[in-house]
Design a protein around this ligand. Structure first.
Ligand code: LMR
Length: 330
């Protein structure tokens, strides 16, 4: 009997060790739509490096750039189904989960990146992140890209130049109104389609950051880029609540720390790339950068700013006011 017990005990010890050796590492798929050489692309790679260094054998991170796995409209549905664990969509693409995030799309709202930081890290910004939990998503942090510029097939100096032109936009109703305010025609399209739409002249223009226009070669098919800095393109880093809370207690804090470090790094890349990629576009001579005089820029402000009023009820007056106040917190 004693012998039998000893054999049984040793078999179960052996099985336990085999199971732990064979235990598959946790897999985190990080899906995004931009190129690797961008703030988000580099942030994702940094996250992978940090996690795999610190949790070697326990967690693997697979990064899928360039909409290889999921495009704009599908990634969060896929996340809720458990097919992808991390994503960082532009704030302009998640109105389905909370309409108020469209506050970031209001034209000419923020003076600079520091104001955006103050708003995101302040109570209202934190509340917006938290609000996504009701929809099964965990907002793990904001990530910068930068200010948007307007590119087109003809020079855009004053709002009248945009009249009747077709512009691709991200899926935000504020952006629809922003272009209608200058009598242009906005069309919501996924990021992965923009280059071809521009190349085939199915659309006349689009708005994006220097980094996205450079890395996706929009400047090769858009002869003019107006340096308007009229709006912001930032991201929210998301996971599903189900996946995030399922991470073991000895693993989650390390993953979270790696993510926060990767975001800090991504934000540094965003600041640097904003300048570098603009210079690279200028140096390419494929696209002419149109600089606005203060008077010309003011015309765009005057034409687009009435959009704020239109969204006062939907976004909330207080929320808009908090964003405006972030400009004065210098
Ligand atoms: C876009 O669709 O233009 C951007 O949101 C792409 C991105 O992720 O930066």
């Amino acid at each position: 009997m004693k012998l039998l017990k000893t054999i049984a005990a040793s078999v179960s010890i052996t099985l336990a060790s085999v199971t732990s050796v064979l235990a598959a590492p946790i897999e985190i798929k990080f899906s995004h739509v931009v190129a690797e050489n961008t703030p988000k692309g580099k942030m994702a790679t940094k996250f992978k490096e940090l996690v795999e260094q610190r949790l070697s054998g326990k967690v693997v991170v697979k990064v899928f750039p360039n909409a290889q796995l999921f495009g704009d409209d599908k990634v969060l549905e896929a996340m809720l189904l458990g097919d992808v664990q991390l994503a960082a969509p532009a704030l302009s693409k998640i109105k389905k989960y909370n309409k108020q995030v469209q506050v970031f799309d209001l034209p000419f709202l923020f003076d600079d990146m520091a104001a955006i930081d103050r708003f995101q890290q302040g109570p209202e910004g934190k509340k917006l992140l938290k609000s996504l939990e009701k929809r099964g998503l965990v907002g793990l942090g904001y990530l910068h890209n930068g200010f948007k510029q307007l590119s087109a097939s003809s020079p855009l100096k004053v709002p009248g130049d945009a009249k009747g032109k077709k512009f691709r936009i991200m899926a935000s109703d504020v952006l629809v109104e922003q272009f209608r305010a200058v009598s242009a025609n906005p069309v919501k399209k996924p990021f992965a389609e923009v280059f071809t739409l521009l190349q085939t002249k199915a659309i006349d223009g689009q708005e994006n950051t220097w980094s996205n226009m450079y890395s996706k070669k929009f400047y090769e098919v858009q002869p003019y880029i107006t340096e308007s800095n009229h709006g912001v393109l930032d991201y929210v880093v998301l996971s599903s609540k189900e996946f995030w809370l399922s991470l073991p207690a000895d693993i989650r804090p390390t993953v979270e720390k790696a993510l926060q470090e990767a975001i800090v790094y991504g934000n540094q890349v965003a600041l640097a790339k904003d300048q570098e990629d603009k210079q690279a576009i200028i140096a390419s001579k494929r696209s002419q950068v149109v600089t606005l005089t203060p008077e010309e820029r003011q015309q765009w402000v005057d034409a687009m700013k009435p959009v704020w009023k239109k969204f006062e009820v939907e976004l909330g007056k207080d929320l808009i006011q908090a964003a405006i106040s972030a400009n004065q917190g210098k």
